[in-house]
Design a protein around this ligand. Structure first.
Ligand code: SF4
Length: 275
């Protein structure tokens, strides 16, 4: 089978940096932990765990050693609580995620309500809402729900991993209800590159394989985009490839979320080529 890779796929700058910071932390301490999963990729989490990096669920479980703040960022509230413990903090929050926190803070000082296109339960959005509970995270764009912003000035942002099409839809919907919009497109460049490359790839092949963690929002967006164009399969690794799914295809495209390591993408490509 012919296998074509997307022009942009796999690890982004923010994930690469977070993983490297966590790896290097283990050289200096055997008490390294992350509050929540560092990134949404099971294979990398297993590797870090083997190096001694623990994933902990609550600040109350941290007593000593080093804490690595994950790529999805953290609320000031939680950061302040960690600082009180006098633990060494390594901040691996992606700068693009921090930009969203800074923009929300600016708008809040001006008492401008904020709407963010994103997934409410996602750690990136949870961290923002912990500091700014009034922020409205919009997952589904429904005019009825946005009516309350009629005539109001509002700040509109997007989770870093959203799609530009959905962001445009949200802006259009808010415009329709008569909101006065101050918008900042905070979708990160790595997300945009991967999304554009996934759509371009899908047009060239018979089917697409998207490789990435099932909790990864940017991987989910790649799947949704490609699936609109060609039959698409979302897998975490090569063990999920089923020969019967691919018998009718000659040319398969492979793309991967921003938290998928190169070695997984290569194994998936090798497995597909042998079908
Ligand atoms: S996807 Fe974008 S925001 Fe998220 S870690 Fe990568 S570069 Fe940062």
């Amino acid at each position: 089978m012919q296998v074509i890779r997307a022009d942009h796929a796999g690890f982004c700058f923010g994930v690469q940096r977070a993983v490297e910071l966590a790896r290097s932390a283990t050289k200096d301490s055997d008490r390294v932990a992350t509050l929540g999963e560092l990134i949404h990729n099971p294979e990398i989490l297993e590797e870090l765990n083997a190096r001694g990096v623990r994933t902990i669920a609550a600040i109350s479980k941290i007593h000593d050693g080093v804490i690595v703040i994950r790529a999805h960022g953290i609320s000031q509230k939680k950061l302040t609580a960690i600082k009180k413990k006098k633990i060494k903090i390594i901040d691996a929050s992606c700068p693009f995620v921090k930009k969203i926190h800074a923009e929300v803070a600016k708008l809040s000082v001006q008492k401008i309500p904020v709407v963010i296109l994103g997934r409410r339960g996602h750690p990136e959005m949870r961290a923002v809402v912990e500091d700014f509970p009034g922020v409205e995270v919009v997952q589904k764009i429904a005019l009825k729900r946005l009516q309350k912003f009629a005539g109001q000035q509002i700040g509109v942002l997007a989770q870093t991993t959203e799609s530009p099409e959905n962001f445009e839809k949200l802006l259009t919907a808010l415009d329709q209800v008569g909101a006065k919009i101050i918008s900042q497109n905070t979708i990160c460049g790595a997300t945009l590159d991967r999304q554009k490359a996934a759509s371009k790839l899908a047009r060239k092949v018979d089917a697409v394989v998207v490789v990435g963690g099932k909790k990864s929002n940017n991987t989910k967006k790649l799947f949704e985009l490609a699936n609109k164009i060609k039959p698409t399969f979302w897998i975490e690794n090569e063990s999920e490839i089923q020969k019967k799914d691919f018998v009718k295809f000659n040319k398969v495209g492979v793309t991967a979320g921003a938290s998928t390591p190169e070695k997984t993408i290569e194994r998936v490509c090798r497995t597909l080529k042998k079908l």
